[in-house]
Write a new protein. Structure first.
Length: 84
């Protein structure tokens, strides 16, 4: 992404991995100090949206984690659990 790309896919359409990669790229670009002010603001705003998207994806994944429970008789079952 050379500039703030208005044709970039919607944040909501990205997988966690895609969003995280793009966020890492944005951080690298901002840390380089070689981005003009207006572009910095635009990619910072996208980075903020990507961060929120990644956090939501992680929270959703945590809510779906299943914990394996072994009953006293040795029976194994899966139990949905909410973490956090």
């Amino acid at each position: 992404m050379a500039k703030a790309d208005k044709s970039a896919p919607s944040v909501d359409d990205l997988s966690f991995e895609q969003a995280l990669k793009e966020l890492e790229d944005i951080v690298t670009r901002l840390e380089s100090g070689r981005v003009e002010l207006e572009e910095s603001i635009a990619i910072y705003e996208r980075g903020t949206a990507l961060k929120a998207h990644c956090e939501k994806k992680l929270k959703d994944a945590e809510a779906r984690i299943e914990r394996i429970v072994i009953a006293p008789g040795g029976a194994v079952s899966a139990e949905k659990t909410n973490i956090g």
